[in-house]
Design a binder for this molecule. Structure first.
Ligand code: TYD
Length: 208
């Protein structure tokens, strides 16, 4: 695996739908900018023009996608995003905050859809150019709360999955966090958002 030299930091946010991870990612971005850090805020799937186009296909409810095709599209989006945005930003010493990254694929396509985890890990290593996040926040909520929180939303293709799918994804995330415990921080997504925000800021500040 290619190893790159860079001085930036990659911070990712993960969790099932309705966990509040995107709000926390935005709050962290605002905070770091207010402290004059050079920060890039991005998301997956997406983050570049091509990757955002792949995102549209992936989330459209009008397009049926089979499981391996779904995996390849997420990985194509990730490779593009990593190569043209994440790696250059890390090389120039920036902090990159990414709303979802490689762990989403392990949790959703691996544990959720049941695709082979070893194959996913190998393909993820290519798609990320071997880059691993420095810190990954997993905002954990029970699957019934996820369903409750998003019930009034206009659901995209993946959000329209059933509660059993969310349950597998949630348990998958907890499993990944156990294996990769040096970079994972699990937060209880049932807590108040202000409380969670302080936890995120405190932890990131202690590691910069
Ligand atoms: P998004 O609107 O970003 O969801 P959220 O607001 O919950 O972050 O949609 C991304 C969807 O794509 C989400 O349901 C999770 C899913 N996903 C995967 O299944 N695999 C992946 O590798 C990634 C990055 C996302």
């Amino acid at each position: 695996m290619i190893e790159f030299e860079y001085s930036g930091k990659l911070i990712t946010f993960e969790g099932i739908e309705g966990s509040g991870k995107s709000t926390l990612a935005v709050e962290l971005h605002k905070y770091l900018k207010s402290k004059n850090y050079e920060v890039v805020f991005t998301r997956e799937p997406g983050g570049t023009i091509l990757a955002e186009k792949i995102r549209e296909i992936l989330l459209s409810r009008f397009c049926e996608i089979s499981d391996w095709t779904e995996l390849f599209l997420f990985l194509a989006s990730r490779y593009e995003h990593t190569k043209s945005l994440i790696l250059p930003s890390l090389k120039s010493g920036k902090i990159v905050i990414c709303d979802r990254y490689l762990d989403s694929t392990i949790a959703y396509q691996g544990y959720g859809r049941g695709l082979n985890l070893e194959i996913i890990n190998n393909l993820n290593a290519i798609a990320t150019l071997g880059i691993k996040p420095d810190i990954t926040f997993l905002i954990d909520i029970p699957e019934h709360l996820a369903v409750e929180r998003i019930k009034n939303k206009n659901l995209d293709r993946i959000e329209s999955e059933n509660i059993e799918f969310y349950r597998r994804v949630r348990l998958g995330y907890l499993e990944i966090a156990k294996i990769e415990n040096s970079r994972f921080v699990i937060l209880d997504g049932q807590k108040e958002i202000l409380d969670l925000k302080s936890q995120v800021i405190e932890l990131v500040s202690s590691r910069l």
